[in-house]
Ligand binder design. Structure first.
Ligand code: ADP
Length: 155
């Protein structure tokens, strides 16, 4: 049973994440989408909203679970008995950043990080750009799945 964790903030879920998740479930038997809770970070969407967007987007998909976690991703992998971490790569900056994290995680554990390259046409999408568009009143709907909707002022 190949179980992987796809960790992130998902603030909010974007079509970039959606693409990696859809392709990730063709590689793994089970994919746990793990929303990391970082007390230092300020989020635009609440934890419940972020969780709900993902759950609704994948409600028909039996191989996907949505959970939240605190602390080291490798500790959460061990707790969930997951041997893999899934991450998406958009550009060289992602690569450099992810490389250091993957090496560190490998030093701390046996867990393998598996990278999927972003689909063409999705590499420019990021949660921070979506938040910027929302903050400035732009149309963000073409950047996120239909389940992601901004209801009003969260910040
Ligand atoms: P983090 O806070 O860990 O950066 P994110 O929610 O921003 O979490 O991203 C989670 C994962 O999704 C990361 O591996 C990131 O590289 C990947 N990702 C985000 N946007 C895209 C995209 N447009 N294409 C491919 N992967 C993406």
């Amino acid at each position: 049973m190949k179980r992987a964790i796809f960790p992130g903030s998902f603030d909010p879920l974007t079509l970039g994440h959606y693409d990696i998740i859809q392709r990730g479930i063709t590689v793994f038997d089970e994919l746990i989408i793990a929303i990391g809770i970082n007390a230092e970070k300020r989020y635009m969407f609440t934890l419940d909203q972020r969780k709900q967007f993902i759950q609704e987007a994948f409600k028909e998909e039996k191989k996907i679970k949505v959970l939240t976690y605190q602390g080291l991703t490798v500790d959460f992998c061990k707790k969930m008995d997951a041997g893999f971490i899934l991450r998406g790569l958009r550009n060289p900056a992602d690569f450099e950043f992810e490389k250091a994290i993957a090496h560190t995680n490998r030093k701390l554990s046996e867990i393998e990080t598996v990278f999927l390259l972003t689909s063409s046409g999705k590499s420019y999408i990021s949660s921070s750009i979506v938040r910027d568009v929302i903050r400035n009143g732009g149309d963000y709907t073409g950047l996120v799945p239909d389940t992601v909707r901004f209801q009003g002022k969260n910040e």
